[in-house]
Design a protein around this ligand. Structure first.
Ligand code: HEC
Length: 386
C-alpha cells in the first residue's frame, strides 16, 4: 500500500490508489535506426521480431543516443517512447522483453521503474533497485505543479506520477541525494550533480476511464480505489533522457484529450512532428499506441522567450502537454524550468514561476543564474526529498 505525499501546499485532493495489475503494450523494432524511418520501425515493432534490440542499442549507448538526439531528435523521441512503452520483462526491472512485440499486453518498461515515493523516503533508506516488486504500483497524485487540478468530463481528476530509471535512481541513492540533508551537503562543495547515461525519467498523466471512453484507445492500468477496481487510461507522458548534457525533453499525449478533458493544445505542433505522428500512428495500428501523438521535442533553450511567440511559431521551442502543463502552455519551456531544479541555503527552492506584468508564468529562455543555490541537473522531483 502506498501513501501519496502532497507535493506542494497548493496541491489539494490526494487519492489513495493501490495498483493491482498493470496492463501494457509493447512493440518491436527494426534493424539500423539510421536507415530506418520511424514509421517502418513502428510497423516492424508491432509484429514479432528482435527490433527492440536496435532501440536498446541506441538508448543504452551514450554515443549513439547523443548522435541521434542531435541529428534527429524526433526519431530519438520515438525510440524513447518505444523503449519505455515496450512490454517489460517480469523477471528483472527496467528491461524490455524482446520476445514480445510492441502493443502486446502486460506492464511496460517504465512501470517497472521506481516511483518518486520509493526514492524520496520519509525515513530510512530507499530500497536497492532490485528489491521490491518488479512492477511498481503507481503513486498517484491529483495536483499539477501550478497547484490546479485538471478535471475530465466525468468529473474525475487527472492523476500524475513520477518514475526514475535505474541509472537515475542509483545515482541519487549513491550520492545520498534522496534526503534534503544530503542535498544540502552540495552547498559545501563537491562534484556537481551530473546524471550518467542512459538516465531517464517519466512523468505520466492518467485518467479514470468511464462513461464515453473507449478503453481500446488507451494504454491502461488497473487500480483499486476504496475497494473498487478502476481502470486508468494514460492521457499524457513526459519522457526525459540524459542523452544530451541538458537532457532531451519530449512529451506525448492521447489524441482525444480535448474531448475528454477539455484541455486544448495551444502550442503549434511542428510540421515534422505532425508527419512523424501520422507515420507512427499508422505503424501502431491495432494497438492503443495508435491513439497517441508526440507534441514535440525540446533540446535547447527557447530563443525568443516571449510567450506570444511560443503560441504562434512552432520553431520557438516551448513545449507543453495539455494534461500536465495545462494552464501555462504559452510559457512552458521544459528545459528552462527544469534548469532551475536546485537547492539553496536552508533548503529553499528556486521559484518555479516568474511574474511578468503581475502574471504568473514559467521561466523561458536561457536559465537565470542559480548562485548561491546549487543545481540538481534538471531533476525537479528532488524537491520532494524530506
Ligand atoms: C514551470 C516548470 C516546469 C515546466 C515548464 C516543466 N516541468 Fe517537468 N517538472 C516540474 C516539477 C516541479 C517537477 C517535479 C515533480 C512534480 O512536482 O510534478 C517536474 C517533473 C518532471 C519529470 C519527472 C522527473 C523530474 O525531473 O523530476 C519529468 C520527466 C518532467 N517533469 C518532464 C517535463 C517535460 C518533458 C516538460 C515540457 C513538456 C516539463 N517537464 C515542463 C516543473 C516543470
Amino acid at each position: 500500500m502506498k501513501i501519496y505525499r502532497g507535493r506542494l501546499a497548493a496541491v489539494a485532493a490526494i487519492i489513495l490508489l493501490i495498483a493491482m495489475a498493470a496492463i501494457a503494450l509493447g512493440c518491436q523494432q527494426p534493424e539500423t535506426p539510421a536507415a530506418q524511418t520511424p514509421a517502418a520501425t513502428a510497423r516492424a515493432a508491432t509484429s514479432a521480431g528482435p527490433e527492440i534490440q536496435t532501440i536498446e542499442a541506441t538508448i543504452n549507448s551514450p554515443e549513439k543516443a547523443k548522435a541521434e538526439a542531435t541529428s534527429d531528435a524526433i526519431a530519438f523521441a520515438w525510440n524513447l517512447f518505444m523503449f519505455n512503452n515496450w512490454p517489460a520483462l517480469t523477471t528483472s526491472k527496467g528491461q524490455p522483453d524482446s520476445r514480445k512485440s510492441f502493443g502486446a499486453p502486460g506492464p511496460v518498461v517504465w512501470q517497472t521503474y521506481k516511483t518518486s515515493q520509493d526514492m524520496y523516503v520519509v525515513s530510512g533508506q530507499p530500497l536497492p533497485w532490485n528489491q521490491g516488486p518488479i512492477v511498481e504500483p503507481p503513486a498517484l497524485q491529483s495536483g499539477m505543479i501550478d497547484g490546479k487540478i485538471l478535471t475530465d468530463r466525468n468529473g474525475n481528476p487527472v492523476m500524475y506520477e513520477v518514475r526514475l530509471s535505474e541509472d537515475t535512481y542509483n545515482y541519487i541513492l549513491g550520492r545520498g541525494l534522496y534526503t534534503q540533508a544530503g542535498q544540502l551537503q552540495l552547498l559545501k562543495g563537491g562534484p556537481p550533480v551530473t546524471f550518467p547515461l542512459p538516465s531517464m525519467e517519466i512523468k505520466a498523466a492518467w485518467r479514470f476511464l468511464g462513461k464515453g471512453d473507449d478503453p481500446t484507445h488507451y494504454f491502461t492500468t488497473k487500480v483499486q480505489d476504496g475497494g473498487v477496481v478502476r481502470i486508468l487510461g494514460l492521457s499524457g507522458l513526459h519522457i526525459t533522457s540524459k542523452a544530451l548534457p541538458q537532457w532531451v525533453w519530449c512529451t506525448f499525449e492521447q489524441i482525444e484529450n480535448l474531448q475528454t478533458t477539455g484541455a486544448r493544445l495551444l502550442l503549434p505542433i511542428a510540421a515534422a512532428v505532425q508527419q512523424s505522428n501520422k507515420a507512427m500512428q499508422s505503424g501502431f495500428a491495432g494497438t492503443p499506441w495508435a491513439y497517441y501523438q508526440l507534441d514535440g521535442v525540446q533540446t535547447e533553450y527557447v530563443q525568443n522567450p516571449d510567450a506570444a511567440a511560443c503560441l504562434r511559431d512552432p520553431k520557438v521551442t516551448c513545449l507543453a502537454n495539455t494534461q500536465i502543463e495545462t494552464n501555462f502552455q504559452g510559457s512552458s519551456s521544459c528545459i528552462t524550468c527544469h534548469s532551475l531544479a536546485s537547492i539553496g541555503p536552508n533548503g529553499r527552492r528556486f521559484n518555479l514561476w516568474s511574474f511578468r506584468g503581475g502574471n504568473q508564468q514559467g521561466h523561458m529562455g536561457d536559465p537565470p543564474p542559480l548562485k548561491p543555490d546549487v543545481g540538481l541537473d534538471f531533476v525537479w522531483s528532488m524537491r520532494e526529498a524530506h
